[in-house]
Design a protein around this ligand. Structure first.
Ligand SMILES: [Zn+2]
Length: 255
């Protein structure tokens, strides 16, 4: 069977470049393919898969500083990972590029450090989507409802999927929690978030958060759990907490 053509026109389509002395190396097309697979596995939303640091156009000195700090975070990843040091990006406004920057960090860490699927390096989770999925499950399979109203195999399948995601959220090396504090808080939401944050911070596993709410607001929103959630997150991101509040300018095309 004939190979597909190399999209970069470098190799013969096999993803491998063979040299005259019979040595070989991996073609960039193969590396790009691996990167895209790793990004998908890390659940980076499709719109953000190609968002790297280069695509981010800082609006002011403050944003330039944030960008530098994030790039440094990637450079010293092996060290901050051991110490469970996370990162917090806070802004009063939406659409300033927080999720873009979080995904750029994911992109850079994966590109630099991921060599196989053996380890769960980065996982991106939007908090609202995560809780909504649990809520949909509870609505579909209410506690105490007779099994004749649903297919038990289907229920088990959904439980397995949800628990598998929770397990990955607990154990991956870097967890990105996007948009903390958006959904209406119930005791289910706050205890779920607290147990996640508690588990990861006490096991030195970094959490990267983005939020549109200052710490005080999150504390108030989540009640007693809120105080504990914020204390834990703050403790692990003291040096890496950044607030930025000016909207991003539109990227101008170079003439
Ligand atoms: Zn190629």
């Amino acid at each position: 069977m004939e190979n597909e053509k190399c999209p970069l026109n470098i190799c013969d389509g096999t993803g491998v470049i063979v040299y005259e002395d019979n040595t070989f190396s991996e073609c960039q097309c193969r590396k790009n393919m691996h990167l895209q697979n790793y990004l998908a596995h890390a659940k980076i939303p499709i719109d953000y898969r190609n968002k790297s640091f280069d695509e981010f156009d800082p609006n002011n000195e403050e944003q330039k500083e944030i960008l530098v700090k994030l790039q440094e975070y990637v450079d010293v990843w092996e060290d901050v990972k051991e110490r469970g040091i996370g990162f917090s990006l806070i802004s009063n406004q939406t659409r300033v590029g927080k999720s873009h920057l979080a995904c750029a960090v994911a992109h850079a860490i994966i590109e630099k450090y991921q060599k196989s699927f053996d380890k769960d390096l980065v996982l991106f989770v939007n908090v609202t989507n995560w809780i909504d999925r649990w809520r949909a499950f509870h609505a579909r399979f209410p506690i105490g409802e007779d099994e004749q109203f649903y297919d038990p195999a289907e229920k088990q399948k959904e439980i397995d999927a949800l628990c598998n995601l929770d397990k990955r959220m607990n154990n991956c090396e870097l967890l990105i929690l996007d948009d903390i504090g958006e959904i209406p808080v119930t005791s289910f939401v706050s205890s779920k978030l607290y147990s996640l944050v508690e588990y990861r911070t006490s096991n030195n596993k970094p959490i990267f958060i983005t939020t549109n709410h200052p710490w005080d607001v999150i504390k108030k929103k989540y009640g007693d759990d809120g105080v504990r959630i914020v204390d834990r997150l703050k403790e692990k991101s003291t040096e890496n907490t950044f607030c930025f509040d000016k909207p991003m300018k539109k990227k101008k095309r170079k003439k």
